[in-house]
Design a binder for this molecule. Sequence first.
Ligand code: ZN
Length: 254
Amino acid sequence: MIVKSEAIVLRTMKYRESSRIATLFTKEIGKISVLAKGARDGKSRLGGALQPMNHVGVLFYRKESRDLQLLTQCDLARSFPGLSSDLDKMAAAMAAVELTDAVSPPEEPNGRLFDLLSSTLDAVSRATKQPGNALYYFELHLLGIIGFRPDMRVCAVCRKPVDPRAGGSGVHMSPNGILCPVCSGKGLGLETLSPAVLAVLQRLQETGDPASATRMVLNTRVRGEIAGVLRRFLLGHVEGLRTLRSETVFSSIL
Ligand SMILES: [Zn+2]
């Protein structure tokens, strides 16, 4: 069967003399691996667009009994020109792509995740202030899509609303979400959330798109805390997720 789909290239590897194997997150059937014969031959029409983080239109032969599908066409559907010129942007975009790869089982379509990843890459590419904020948006909304949405307004235990001003030593993060000062006092929480961090997490959860997140101006301390809280929460819920390759690469550069 020939399948036509939009896809985001998650990763690629060289194969034999001149070919490439790519992992694609397709809108139609979810994550698949494809063989692009001759893609590393300079004259190939397949190779040009088949690069990680690209949003492409693809055609491939799908055989259900096969793990590797044969790619026959790949064209750039939408480009993210800002990503290659800025290390912060590249790091945020690569982390979003790696997380999508980590949470996606093969051949399970997920249109919401596809749209979230695509809008995040676009927001990171266009960001003029803080591209990394789009990654925090992505992580928080990704948790919702995979069924672990931490409600940033309501205590995960007693379900009472939590005011950001009750932060400081009061509000804590637990594996189920935030805890009000009373429930935190029972020793259920893992880490303190400062009022500033809680307020930003609430805004990120309620903001409609990752582009608005990139227009928020957060200081270095708040960004560091948010990155840590979200990453620890993700690690607790995504099986097999340890450190991201992109972070290892970029921590040695930056
Ligand atoms: Zn409570």
